[in-house]
Write a protein that binds this ligand. Structure first.
Ligand SMILES: Nc1ncnc2c1ncn2[C@@H]1O[C@H](COP(=O)(O)OS(=O)(=O)O)[C@@H](OP(=O)(O)O)[C@H]1O
Ligand SMILES: Nc1ncnc2c1ncn2[C@@H]1O[C@H](COP(=O)(O)OP(=O)(O)O)[C@@H](O)[C@H]1O
Length: 197
């Protein structure tokens, strides 16, 4: 017992959804560092914005610069990072936003936890399936080079595992599909769920 009781507020998600004229949910991008999660989340957000959809992007780098500043990349602290991210995403969903969440979320157990917090009906697992070889070639932030040199420990794909999702709702292969095509395809897949008025 934590002696906390929740107040029964008059307005909830449904009322807020009426104001924004669409439903709300989370598109959860998972994939290796450099796979294209943030780039795609950014492109999808811009396309939704053009349709007057209320959106919010949550990503690992920004959360880890603030709310989750104290957390490292050990399996335990990654899990805590993702638990907090999922709770924030859930709040944003209840505020009426479509959330574009971009986190490596390397383990099936991490993604199961996130799904449990957000709720299965509001969670769209989106696998950005880019090979380690390609991510390492891109090395956008120079982190793979540092990880190979042993300057960063626990780097996903190098000395920390990434488990591919088995049955993602959406899968993008940025080596086969260009970014614009991939972003358009995601937005098309979201149309029915959005129930735009
Ligand atoms: N050790 C290690 N492993 C993986 N990534 C690392 C690491 N150290 C720093 N970074 C940077 O942190 C970003 C990933 O943070 P996430 O919050 O998405 O990771 S996790 O979901 O908790 O596993 C990741 O961002 P993205 O490249 O956008 O994925 C990196 O920029
Ligand atoms: N289909 C593609 N062709 C060429 N470059 C791509 C393609 N998809 C992604 N990229 C590039 O790969 C990089 C991915 O970086 P980013 O979106 O930050 O990845 P993540 O958020 O997963 O770490 C970006 O520089 C992006 O322009």
């Amino acid at each position: 017992m934590n002696n906390i009781t929740t107040f029964n507020f008059s307005l909830g998600r449904e009322e807020r959804s009426k104001l924004s004229n669409h439903t709300s949910f989370v598109v959860w991008f998972t994939g290796l560092s450099g796979s294209g999660k943030s780039t795609l989340a950014n492109m999808v957000e811009k396309l939704l914005y053009e349709q007057k959809v209320r959106t919010f992007v949550l990503d690992g780098d920004s959360l880890r610069n603030g709310l989750n500043k104290e957390l490292d990349f050990s399996p335990e602290e990654r899990e805590e990072n993702l638990r907090v991210a999922a709770e924030v995403a859930k709040i944003l969903v209840s505020s009426g936003s479509v959330v574009l969440a971009s986190f490596i979320s390397p383990k099936q157990a991490n993604r199961d936890l996130v799904k449990e917090i957000i709720g299965e009906q509001d969670f769209i697992e989106t696998f950005v399936n880019t090979s380690l070889e390609t991510c390492e070639k891109r090395d956008v932030k120079g982190l793979y080079k540092k990880a190979r040199a042993g300057e960063i420990k626990n780097f996903t794909g190098i000395d920390s595992p990434y488990e591919k999702p088995k049955n993602p709702e959406i899968e993008i292969n940025t080596e086969k599909e260009n970014l614009q095509e991939a972003a358009n395809r995601i937005v098309n897949l979201l149309q029915k769920k959005l129930e735009l008025k």
